[in-house]
Ligand binder design. Structure first.
Ligand SMILES: Cc1cc2nc3c(=O)[nH]c(=O)nc-3n(C[C@H](O)[C@H](O)[C@H](O)COP(=O)(O)OP(=O)(O)OC[C@H]3O[C@@H](n4cnc5c(N)ncnc54)[C@H](O)[C@@H]3O)c2cc1C
Length: 489
């Protein structure tokens, strides 16, 4: 007889969604295995901004998630509907149309219902004010679809999920790493080998859900799959996502799926620690580059900083920055826009000067080239009407590498520069799963008894990513995986 109905490996957003869903779907005995010690629990979810991308038709639907926000001045007026076809169009555009159509459809069509389900489980939400939203006059302009986050961000989300799991009678073991999947002689997954402080044990269950993250914290896997210079990348979140679940699944014949050479990586403070800091969480992010310019050590610009709103470019710009000489760039702003910088810029001191040449003299860049770049930029910028709340078409004129929106001149002292690098968030390559979150083997058949969710699912994100989709995907597929495991395990 099995020790448990369902074992869930991992304790982030996806895994804990799965554990609660499994209980609701009738599993009596559900065990969560968390490799991290209790004080480090919660995976990347803990470090996250808690932002959720949600498709909805009417403002009222959002207000059902954040009822108190009705009283927030300018909240309601700045909301624009984000129907499923708008989410689809963003997901296709971000992934160069490579997203898995079946998984994308499940993610998008379940996003709102899953947010409501989370609320029923005790997850509270709040307006995602400091993430991409800007106040224009009396109105808060929201990035479409990215309006709501978990109350108290990732720290709050993680705490609320643990509380929900405990309330539902889920057993949680900390410092307990799954090391191997157990199979019956017929090939069904029937448990896991677990390493804890007392040794290695086998724990049996009718089904296993893998929700134990990607391989972003594993330098060797980064070098192997993402190539240089990713082995040097700083990791924005947990040190515990080492690809264990992927390895265990491949050992029994699971199929790799999605973009194994791709990952989510963002511009972060160049002085950020090598792994996520539990006090700073996501506050090392530096995502207001769209209102300034970025130069590398050679003194040249290397991306169109104003290509789109930050939530549509930040996840790819981190990798581009990491690939600049020394993995470093500088974000330069003038004083016209400092009121628009996300509050998290205040977690590090910028370089400041009253003249651009004095600013550049303090940076580790080719000074002559940098001054030429900034001079050329200023000569090409300043055409049109600046509007921070949407793509304003204020583009540079005559530059080979344009800045397509928000191209104001850098002309108002003092000037500021924040040094940034690219920090990896999570890997895109994962497992192939069915619409019931069953793990598919290399023979194109489900592996009986094995389910996966969260970062472990491959195929949804390629090259880039629309902000707020990771947690939504984790909750959607976690909910499905838990129910499938309870019913079919
Ligand atoms: C700084 C930061 C900010 C972010 N902000 C956002 C945001 O605002 N919105 C958004 O949508 N996404 C955001 N993300 C991405 C998002 O956090 C992830 O996509 C999501 O949390 C992944 O959830 P998960 O449950 O799959 O993995 P995780 O939350 O990483 O959980 C994985 C779990 O597995 C455990 N584990 C690993 N190996 C084993 C093993 N062998 N045995 C047992 N347990 C194991 C880990 O300890 C951990 O508990 C952010 C990420 C970071 C790092």
């Amino acid at each position: 007889m099995a020790d448990y109905d369902v074992i869930v490996v991992g304790a982030g957003n996806a895994a804990l969604s799965a554990s609660v869903s499994a209980r609701s779907a009738g599993a009596q005995r559900v065990l969560v295995l968390e490799k991290a010690p209790e004080e480090m629990r919660g995976g990347n979810t803990y470090y996250s901004g808690g932002l959720l991308r949600i498709a909805f038709e009417h403002t009222e639907e959002i207000l059902r998630l954040v009822p108190k926000a009705r009283e927030l001045p300018g909240f309601v007026e700045g909301i624009e509907p984000y129907p499923t076809d708008a989410f689809w169009s963003d997901l296709r555009r971000m992934t160069d149309n490579r997203t898995d159509p079946e998984l994308g459809e499940i993610l998008i069509s379940n996003s709102y219902a899953t947010a409501r389900w989370m609320a029923e489980q005790g997850i509270r939400f709040e307006p995602a004010i400091s993430l991409g939203a800007v106040r224009v006059g009396n109105v808060i302009k929201w990035p479409k679809g990215a309006i709501v986050r978990a109350a108290n961000e990732g720290v709050g989300l993680s705490r609320m999920w643990f509380a929900a799991a405990q309330k539902n009678g889920v057993e949680i073991r900390y410092g307990a790493a799954a090391t191997r999947l157990l199979q019956t002689s017929q090939g069904s997954v029937c448990g896991v080998a677990v390493r804890d402080s007392t040794g290695i044990h086998e724990v049996r269950a009718r089904a296993v859900v893998l929700g134990c993250g990607g391989f972003e914290a594993n330098a060797a896997w980064r070098a192997q799959y993402l190539g240089r210079p990713w082995d040097h990348a700083k990791v924005r979140g947990t040190p515990h996502n080492q690809g264990d679940g992927l390895r265990m699944a491949f050992e029994i014949g699971a199929m790799p799926w999605g973009q194994w050479s791709g990952c989510h990586a963002t511009p972060i403070n160049a002085a950020a620690p090598p792994f996520g800091d539990r006090q700073l969480t996501d506050k090392t992010n530096r995502l207001s580059y769209l209102y300034g310019v970025m130069i590398n050590k050679l003194g040249v610009r290397f991306v169109d900083e104003g290509e789109d709103q930050a939530l549509f470019t930040y996840a790819k710009f981190g990798g581009i920055i990491l690939n600049q000489p020394g993995g470093i760039a500088y974000q330069i702003f003038d004083s016209k826009v400092t009121n628009l910088l996300e509050p998290r810029y205040s977690t590090s001191q910028p370089v400041a000067a009253d003249r651009l040449d004095d600013l550049v003299a303090q940076l580790d860049v080719d000074r002559e080239a940098a001054l030429r770049t900034l001079g050329d930029f200023n000569a090409a910028a300043g055409h049109g009407n600046f509007n921070p709340g949407e793509r304003d078409g204020m583009t540079t004129r005559g530059l080979t590498l344009p800045k397509s929106n928000w191209a104001q001149k850098l002309d108002t002292p003092p000037f500021f520069a924040w040094p940034v690098t690219g920090g990896i968030t999570f890997s895109f390559g994962g497992l192939k799963i069915s619409n019931q979150a069953q793990v598919i083997g290399t023979g194109w058949e489900p592996i009986p008894g094995l389910y996966a969710c969260g970062e472990m699912v491959g195929g949804i994100f390629h090259n880039n990513y629309p902000g707020g989709s990771g947690l939504m995907s984790g909750a959607v597929f976690g909910r499905i995986a838990g129910a499938s495991a309870a019913q079919g395990g």
